[in-house]
Design a protein around this ligand. Structure first.
Ligand code: F0G
Length: 947
């Protein structure tokens, strides 16, 4: 089932389907079943209730249609014989006319224009409507002109009197008193008419309508997602609410425009108002399909006919989805007695194999000239029209038994669904449909207590998640209706069996149980790999919780779901999934990483302020973040972060921290510009608290630290660089260790130069010196600068580095390497690398070394070494204690105990409590920032821990 990833043919869409495990490659189809191959090559059968979006009334590959298609090909039947006689196409028209006469008694004959898709049939109708309107305008104009010249002649000949009323013309035109003035009046009438002749066309369609997605037809499709971007390309369409005849009548009369005619009435020339055809047509679906399975009533249909007759507005009935017997009659219009001026068919007209559609137009409205201006290469081809004819024969056989079957099967499914809706009235809000066009609408889940269910509902993707489950766990394929987010669409063929309906019932009962119990496990489990699904659905409904009054300030931490544990904590129903499965799920959710925020945790400062911190999780693992960072593939995660920061802002958070490596993938916030949000990527407090902790331990162990050699693993990173620069002001020798990855050497070099630069600044500033600055001050180059009075901010790093390279075989102060064994020379080691797995094996550590661990964004990836080497003193770097505070989700607090907080999180809280700004941007973390935040954090009750 795992295919090669799609790269060219709708890669995004296929990727999104893959997120839900819906990207199976089907290799065979039969009746209501599609088959794909599993990993062993065995066929897996899926019950297909999507039915080619309704184009499979007779099921997949109906044997008689297939046989007919083969026969046509075997006989060498011409497929393309354009511009010749097509008796088969005419026969299709004849059969359709027979059906129309039967189902809508009294209907006159209809001419038929073939097309290739539903939307094309819609556009053919739209074009015909406008063609017809133009011809009606032409006739009207000609008639008015004829009347004018007749009136002129009558006045000249003395057989008609001059008009005595010109009030219909705007602008107080005087009543004419002679032939010359009458001529001027006729000129004014012509100008008046001319000014109105360009009005229209305006089309009407119904709210929730779906009529296709081509340049023209997409304007008739109500959903703005499909329409809005293309509005400037298409016809003007006004939408009116369905089943509200008054609304339509009002809207139609608002479009009314009249022109003036000059007629001789009772021997006097008289100005008469004539309706100008502005409205070109109204298009309706008898049952709205994609728009959510809503039917029109018979009363409404009758009123539509009346109103449209009054306004000379043709009615286009789009039966592309409802026709071909799907609703129990060939035309769904027959249920409500709606006689259209046009009928459109598509989808199943090709028998599930051919792709064809048809536009039928009432012959009294038909404009034969249309045939000379409208065509398509493929329309009315020999092969497809013959398949259509065969399809109609099959449907019409045995007195239309197929229609009865559609009605009977439909009732059976609807009955089953209605029972379900009754039993699960808490999760099913409606069952709608007729025949085999059915919708099952679930209750809104945007307040679900399950974060996963909630998030999918908020994103409008709940039906995809439910569809995913039905597909993977029950082998049932259903469709969504893009315009009604919580609806499953069910459009099987007439061959659906009792067993298949039972299969559907079983799956849907489980879906209802899942939603009722808010258990996300069954939804997630099938996406994490193969294996038996835990059978029973468990109850994860929350108990009633008291809501605390909100704190005065709100802050957010956007955090990856760093470890599987975080996800388990977030979504307790997933607790039984092992790490591999959870990681598989997270990876599958690459295109949908949002999760709703955790309930906020309160922090009260001794200063009297308080803040509610909410964690906004992103479904991404630390390993993935590392991959993004290493490959530079940060576009998607950058967009994810931007969205989460904006969500936090919308929730009222003024300070937002980016946790755990998220800073590194977005230029430490430099790529995020969200106005009104104080963004911090932390780091300064981590550096400060690690230094304090290491210092405390160093003093305990050695009495003082000023003679130690210190290694910094990950010294090219933002935190590592700041640590190395600050520590080198205290110790005589530092070892900068990098990953050896591309760019690493440059980053280490930058850290080295920074050390020299900052050392020179200190030397130039005067005062007591320690560590490397003290030693460098004795170097002749530097001593010379001092004597010259050179300024502290002059660029000096490069010059010092060059000097040292010249003066020493081996640099006595700073060692730069990607060889971890250099760490053996250090008595103290800071780890500040971004690898989620330990890099520092015990063999690299000197006897009795102190290791201050800030690795993997402070989550302590190197902790294992503490248990394997009892001589080593392991200190969690960047952990702070905070008294009497709430407990953050485990993953976010990186398995810390109550009362402990990672520095990155403490920094967000500190900034929010104090209302000051954080450290963002690509620039380095400076010593000043570090000192300032350490001080602020202490004021708000955070203390460094040195264990
Ligand atoms: N009209 C109706 C009523 C439709 O349902 C559709 C398509 C079209 C026109 C356009 O037909 O796709 O062949 O160009 N409906 C599908 C759906 C896409 O989701 O039900 P097309």
């Amino acid at each position: 089932m795992v295919n090669a990833p799609t790269r060219y043919a709708e890669a995004l869409l296929t990727g999104m389907l893959g997120t839900f495990g819906l990207d199976a490659e089907y290799v065979r189809a039969e009746k209501n079943s599609l088959f794909y191959r599993d990993d062993t090559g065995a066929e897996v059968q899926v019950l297909d209730l999507l039915g080619g979006w309704g184009s499979l009334m007779l099921g997949h590959n109906h044997p008689q249609i297939v046989a007919h298609a083969k026969e046509l090909l075997d006989n060498g039947t011409p497929v393309h014989s354009q511009h010749s006689a097509h008796p088969v196409a005419d026969q299709v028209g004849a059969v359709l006319n027979g059906i129309l006469a039967r189902e809508l008694p009294g209907a006159e004959p209809y001419s038929v224009i073939f097309a290739n898709s539903g939307a094309e049939a819609v556009e053919a109708a739209v074009k015909h409507c406008e063609f017809d309107r133009a011809l009606r305008i032409k006739a009207l104009v000609e008639e008015i002109e004829w009347h004018a010249s007749a009136a002129l002649a009558a006045v000249a000949g003395g057989t008609a009197q001059l008009p005595d009323d010109t009030s219909l013309l705007p602008g107080d035109v005087p009543v004419p008193t002679n032939a010359e003035e009458f001529g001027a009046l006729l000129g004014a009438v012509a100008a008046h008419n001319m000014a109105r002749a360009g009005t229209g066309p305006v089309f009407f369609a119904l709210e929730r309508a779906f009529h296709g997605k081509l340049v023209g037809s997409t304007q008739f499709t109500y959903n703005p997602l499909f329409r809005a971007a293309f509005a400037s390309l298409g016809p003007a369409v006004r939408f009116v609410p369905p089943n509200d005849a008054e609304a339509f009548e009002k809207a139609a009369s608002e479009q009314r425009v009249t022109v003036l005619d000059v007629q001789v009435v009772d021997g006097r020339v008289t100005l008469v108002e004539r309706d100008f055809p502005v409205v070109a047509g109204l298009i309706v679906e008898p049952i709205q399909g994609e728009g959510g399975i809503y039917g029109l009533t018979a009363d409404y249909a009758a009123r539509l006919r009346e109103i449209c007759d009054e306004f000379a507005c043709p009615i286009v009935v789009d039966e592309i989805q409802t026709g071909m017997g799907r609703t129990g009659k060939f035309f769904a219009s027959a249920h409500i007695g709606l006689v259209g001026d046009y009928f459109l068919l598509g989808k199943s007209l090709g028998g599930g194999i051919g792709k064809t559609s048809a536009m039928l137009v009432r012959q009294s409205r038909y404009r034969p000239e249309f045939e000379l201006v409208h065509s398509s290469t493929f329309a009315k081809d020999g092969f497809t029209t013959s398949l259509a004819l065969r399809t109609l024969e099959l449907l019409e056989a045995e007195d239309g038994a197929a229609y009865d079957r559609a009605a009977e099967r439909g009732e059976r499914i609807l009955g089953m669904l209605r029972e379900l809706a009754e039993e699960y009235s808490d999760v099913v809000v409606d069952v709608r449909g007729r025949g085999l066009l059915i919708g099952l609408e679930f209750a809104d889940q945007s307040h679900s207590s399950s974060p996963l269910i909630r998030e999918r509902a908020l994103a409008g993707l709940l039906v995809f998640q439910l569809g995913s489950y039905l597909h993977l766990a029950h082998r049932i394929r259903t469709g969504p209706t893009a315009s009604v987010p919580n609806m499953l669409r069910i459009e099987p063929s007439i061959h659906i069996s009792d067993e298949e309906i039972e299969q559907l019932r079983t799956g849907l009962v489980q879906v209802c149980e899942i939603l009722r119990n808010q258990d996300a496990l069954p939804l997630v489990h099938p996406l994490t790999g193969t294996g038996e699904l835990p059978r029973e659905i468990r109850d994860f409904r929350p108990g009633a919780a008291a809501e605390a009054a909100p704190a005065e300030r709100k802050a957010a931490l956007v955090s990856p779901v760093l470890t599987p544990d975080t996800l388990r904590e977030l979504e307790p129903s997933l607790a039984d999934l092992d790490d591999d499965r959870l990681i598989a799920y997270v990876r599958r959710s690459e295109l949908l990483k949002d999760l709703p925020a955790f309930a906020p945790v309160r922090f009260d400062s001794p200063q009297g302020t308080s803040v509610d911190l909410s964690v906004y999780p992103l479904l991404v693992t630390g390993q993935q973040l590392r991959e993004y960072q290493v490959t530079g593939n940060t576009f998607l995660i950058g967009a994810d972060l931007d969205r989460r920061v904006r969500a936090a802002k919308a929730d009222g958070c003024e300070t937002v921290g980016l946790g755990f490596g998220l800073g590194a993938v977005c230029g430490h916030g430099s790529a995020l510009r969200v106005p009104g949000v104080q963004l911090t990527t932390g780091g300064a407090l981590a550096v400060g608290s690690a230094l304090v902790a290491a210092h405390t331990v160093g003093v305990e162990k050695y009495g003082e630290v000023y003679g130690l050699t210190v290694a910094v693993v990950g010294a090219g990173g933002r935190i590592g660089s700041a640590l190395a620069a600050m520590i080198s002001a205290e110790v005589p020798r530092v070892i900068l260790v990098g990953s050896g990855r591309e760019g690493s050497a440059d980053r280490l070099r930058a850290t080295e130069l920074r050390i020299y630069q900052e050392a020179w600044e200190q030397i130039a500033a005067g005062g007591d010196l320690l560590g490397i600055p003290k030693l460098l001050a004795a170097e002749p180059l530097v001593a010379g600068w001092l004597a010259e009075g050179r300024s502290g901010d002059e660029p000096s790093g490069e010059a010092i580095a060059a000097h040292l390279a010249e003066a020493y075989d081996e640099n006595p102060f700073v060692t730069v390497t990607d060889d971890l064994s250099a760490v053996q020379n250090a008595q103290a080691v800071f780890t500040a690398h971004s690898s989620p797995v330990p890099v520092l094996g015990e063999k690299y550590l000197a006897e009795g070394a102190i290791i201050c661990d800030l690795s993997f964004f402070g989550s302590g990836a190197e902790s294992a070494v503490a248990s394997s080497r009892s001589d080593v003193h392991y200190v969690r770097g960047g952990v702070l204690s905070v008294v009497n505070q709430g407990i953050l989700p485990r993953g976010v607090s990186a398995s810390l105990g109550a009362g402990e907080l990672l520095a990155g999180v403490a920094e967000v809280v500190t900034l929010a409590l104090s209302g000051s700004s954080g450290s963002t941007g690509d620039g380095p973390i400076t010593g000043e920032q570090v000192h300032a935040i350490v001080e602020l954090a202490a004021q708000h009750g955070f203390e460094t821990i040195s264990t």
